[in-house]
Design a protein around this ligand. Structure first.
Ligand code: ATP
Ligand code: MG
Length: 394
């Protein structure tokens, strides 16, 4: 396994101080799969205070110190270095009650969730694979390290993580792991909304989200109980559309669509999604059926919603099998006709000067926009003012 220079530097500095650093988890898995690596996590056989001393000349961020993580900035890269850990007992299916540092790589690897996530790679490039992770990668299997039932009882988030990795990597969940995760699914209610939502997003964006959402509907419904009310066929159809979108937000909106915008909003609040995610998902569900018959209407939608949302709406409508209309044309070529009142070459003050007052001003600007956006009226000061004067006459 080859490491980027900044990771080699981190490993070398640790070595110079008598410590041993290993790349662990996702970066080893993704490298062996030939996939792009998100980020390199390092594990080290010394406690965090010692890690900090190794990097005396570097910027060190202490945010994860309690859990043994020291972040070191090397060549502008944040490198997370976590001390080998044993997780103490679990009493709440959520977080270990305590963590203890250990000099044993084996102990650190056996606390990890799945065999494909429990491999390490030392400075010399050799892979340490104590639980058959390479074989499981070969066979495309998600399998717990150790007894799956015990592992899901320790931390119920792993249930959703199994689904997430299966969806993202297009893997199957090994039989015993699958049975244990179903049996323990109810414990997901103890997990914080934020942790669940982070995993759900990755699941929804995964290449095989559709089969995972369908096969593990029971587990998904523990996280989103509102979905349990849907008839089977409707759920399956929504899961299918969702799974083909490859984007967390669009996929979520597709899954929530049969529930309607109001319930979608409730679900977002329960999952504590960020506001942008919630508002956009609700927007997509509300606007999915609007047909834009003329370019003017489409242009005003563009002005009102913004280009980003309109582009998402197009992808959403396309996934739902809706026909292209003027919105597609305007997004492809917005031209320079006005899309919102601010684009008009007259202002509220110009309109007020003609004698309009109060709400009449905004109404008149809107009337002008409708015609100018359609291309019926030039977006130039004199014709716009003339049109407004004519409107007074009416
Ligand atoms: P990604 O590329 O999506 O970040 P990852 O494998 O790095 O994938 P993370 O969630 O960043 O996933 O976790 C890093 C590693 O920490 C995992 O590979 C796994 O070894 C371990 N891990 C994370 N969460 C858990 C957990 N809940 N239980 C056990 N081990 C975990
Ligand atoms: Mg990671």
């Amino acid at each position: 396994m080859d490491f980027p220079v900044y990771i080699q530097t981190a490993m070398r500095i640790l070595k110079e101080h008598g410590a041993e650093g290993y790349a662990v988890g996702g970066c080893v898995r993704d490298t062996l799969l030939g996939r792009p690596v998100n980020d390199y996590d390092l594990a080290v056989n010394v406690p965090p205070q010692k890690t900090e001393r190794c990097f005396a000349g570097y910027k060190v961020i202490e945010t994860g110190l309690k859990h043994g993580t020291v972040t070191v900035v090397i060549d502008k890269h944040n490198v997370e270095i976590t001390s080998f850990r044993i997780d103490g007992g679990y009493t709440d299916a959520r977080r270990p009650d305590s963590v203890a540092f250990t000099p044993s790589l084996e102990q650190d690897l056996c606390r990890r969730d799945f065999t494909v996530n429990a491999m390490a790679c030392g400075q010399n490039g050799d892979i340490i694979d104590l639980f058959g992770g390479k074989d499981d990668l070969q066979n495309r299997l998600i399998r717990c390290v150790g007894d799956p039932d015990a592992r899901f009882k320790e931390d119920a988030l792993r249930i959703l993580r199994a689904l997430r990795f299966a969806a993202a990597l297009d893997f199957t969940i090994e039989e015993k792991t699958a049975a244990a995760l179903r049996a323990n699914a109810a414990a997901l209610t103890k997990i914080s909304a934020e942790r669940k939502f982070a995993e759900l997003k990755k699941l929804l964006a995964g290449v095989s989200a559709a089969p995972i959402l369908t096969q593990y509907k029971d587990v998904i419904c523990v996280c989103i109980p509102q979905l349990a009310d849907l008839p089977e066929a409707e759920y399956t159809a929504a899961a299918h559309t969702a799974g083909n979108l490859r984007d967390a937000l669009l996929s979520f909106a597709a899954l929530m669509r049969p529930l309607g915008p109001q319930t979608a909003e409730e679900v977002c609040r329960a999952l504590k999604t960020d506001n942008r995610f919630r508002n956009t998902a609700v927007f997509l569900i509300e606007e999915q059926h609007t047909v834009y018959a003329t370019k003017g209407q489409a242009r005003r939608a563009l002005g009102a919603f913004g280009a980003d949302r309109c582009r998402l709406l197009l992808r959403f409508r396309q996934a739902l099998g809706m026909e292209a209309d003027a919105l597609n044309d305007v997004i492809a070529d917005p031209g320079n006709l006005p899309a919102k009142i601010a684009d008009l070459r007259v202002t509220g003050a110009d309109i007020a000067a003609l004698g309009f007052t109060g709400k009449e001003i905004a109404d008149e600007l809107n009337r002008l926009l409708i015609r100018a956006a359609e291309g019926d009226l030039p977006n130039e000061k004199d014709p716009l003012l003339q049109a407004a004067v004519n409107d007074i006459k009416i």
